[in-house]
Design a protein around this ligand. Structure first.
Ligand code: NDP
Ligand code: MG
Length: 385
């Protein structure tokens, strides 16, 4: 039985995790749940799974939750995420909150030697190196939920990374794959949020359209698998059936395939190294007429270029990249900036950053705050201009 703290329980990955808890009552027990402000959804889940403790980052939402829900405890504030993650009665933390705010919970769980099923890729973009050394010291484990990284982990099946020549992550290419870049500058949030193959939260869906999501995944892979960036590739694969390729030193290539359904990588992050039988959708091999792969066009994938640049600059640069993008996406969804402004603004902030000092949690958080403020300054100039 895995006792699970589910952070980000009301989101897209959170609801996939609830589905699994429903399907495996003998193996998965949800012991705590957290969200930002959706107290109604959180209470519904707490009732269904008889969870005694929930947390809402938004304090007003927490107050309302206490008014209507008397069957358990309601924690509040950002600190509550880490508090749930480090509790003694928790074996696995499913970190499915969106944003850099998820980092503290990952740190808290790993410090206590727990398994983290990590959907919150921001944790590892911000602090990959620190998280790995934390896990090593405490005996904790960082298991990716991101489908590409789950694919790589499954292909590796415990083989040492010295057996690997290169890893290739696939990208759907997003909603604008075949569009002329000049024609998407004014794309609306509604158009951007129509992802062709995956159904996901808003931030990551926007990040798929600029391909910065795939850039974050390169950074994620760099730390998770300890591969230098020149051995990490991306190919566009519009069908989203193959999630990753691992080429071994002898020239043999393994790939991981499945229908695009996040419950599959999440299930593996919970069951690994075991495999649990499931009723999840099967891959209809005989109905797959085409699996195609192509090189990303740099003009259509500015986010990929920026992420490689941040990785090369090192230190706090990936944290700056994430924070600037997070704020830019928020402004775009609020219709304050155009789609075409997104990557130039993030690039401006990244270009202005001077990574300083040794990498610690404090320097990372400081860089994160700096980047958010700097992005808003730059965006105000764009809006005025
Ligand atoms: P959603 O937007 O669907 O859900 C986000 C969840 O996080 C919600 O429960 C939300 O609560 C909560 N949340 C939002 N802001 C905060 C905050 N400031 N503090 C605490 N909790 C917060 O996102 P996704 O499920 O799509 O993504 C979650 C993470 O998983 C992201 O890091 C994403 O990159 C990653 N991921 C997602 C994939 C997917 O298929 N969706 C695929 C691969 C990775 P509330 O409902 O109250 O706002
Ligand atoms: Mg992914």
């Amino acid at each position: 039985m895995r006792r699970v703290a589910l952070l980000g329980a009301t989101g897209s990955i959170g609801s996939a995790a609830q589905d699994l808890a429903r399907a495996y009552p003998d193996r998965i027990r949800l012991v705590s749940l957290a969200a930002r402000s959706n107290y109604e959804g959180l209470i519904r889940a707490a009732e269904e799974f008889r969870v005694p403790r929930i947390a809402l980052v938004d304090k007003e939402a927490a107050r309302r939750a206490r008014e209507v829900w008397k069957r358990g405890e309601v924690l509040e504030g950002e600190e509550a995420l880490a508090a749930l993650a480090e509790e003694d009665g928790v074996d696995v933390v499913v970190n499915a909150v969106v944003g850099g705010v998820g980092l503290h919970a990952t740190v808290a769980a790993l410090s206590r030697g727990k398994r983290v099923a990590l959907a919150n890729k921001e944790s590892i973009v911000l602090a990959g190196e620190l998280l790995l050394s934390l896990a090593k010291g405490s005996g904790g484990a960082l298991i990716p939920v991101d489908s590409e990284h789950s694919g790589v982990t499954q292909c590796l099946a415990g083989r040492p990374i010295s057996d690997v020549r290169r890893v290739t992550l696939t990208a759907s290419g997003g909603p604008f794959l075949r569009r002329d870049p000049a024609s998407i500058q004014d794309a609306t949030p509604q158009e951007v949020l129509k992802h062709p193959t995956w159904s996901m939260g808003e931030r990551i869906t926007v990040d798929c359209a600029t391909l910065i999501n795939k850039g974050f995944e390169i950074i994620e892979a760099r730390w998770l698998f300890g591969l230098s960036p020149d051995r990490l590739d991306v190919v566009i694969h519009p069908q989203s059936i193959v999630h990753a390729f691992v080429e071994f030193v002898d020239g043999s290539v393994l790939a991981q395939l499945s229908v695009p359904d996040m419950r599959l990588p999440l299930l593996y992050a919970l069951s690994a190294p075991e495999r649990w039988g499931s009723e999840l959708p099967r891959l209809p091999l005989s109905e797959l007429s085409t699996l195609s792969f192509e090189r990303p066009d740099p003009l259509r994938s500015p986010g990929l270029t920026l992420a490689r640049r941040a990785l090369q600059a090192g230190g706090t640069s990936p944290a700056v990249l994430n924070a600037a993008d997070e704020e830019a996406v928020r402004l775009f969804l609020g219709k304050k900036i155009r789609f075409g402004d997104l990557m130039p603004l993030v690039e401006e902030v990244l270009g202005a950053h001077r990574p300083q000092g040794t990498l610690t949690l404090d320097t990372i958080l400081e860089a994160d705050r700096w980047a958010r403020a700097r992005l808003h300054e730059a965006a105000a100039n764009v809006a005025r201009g």
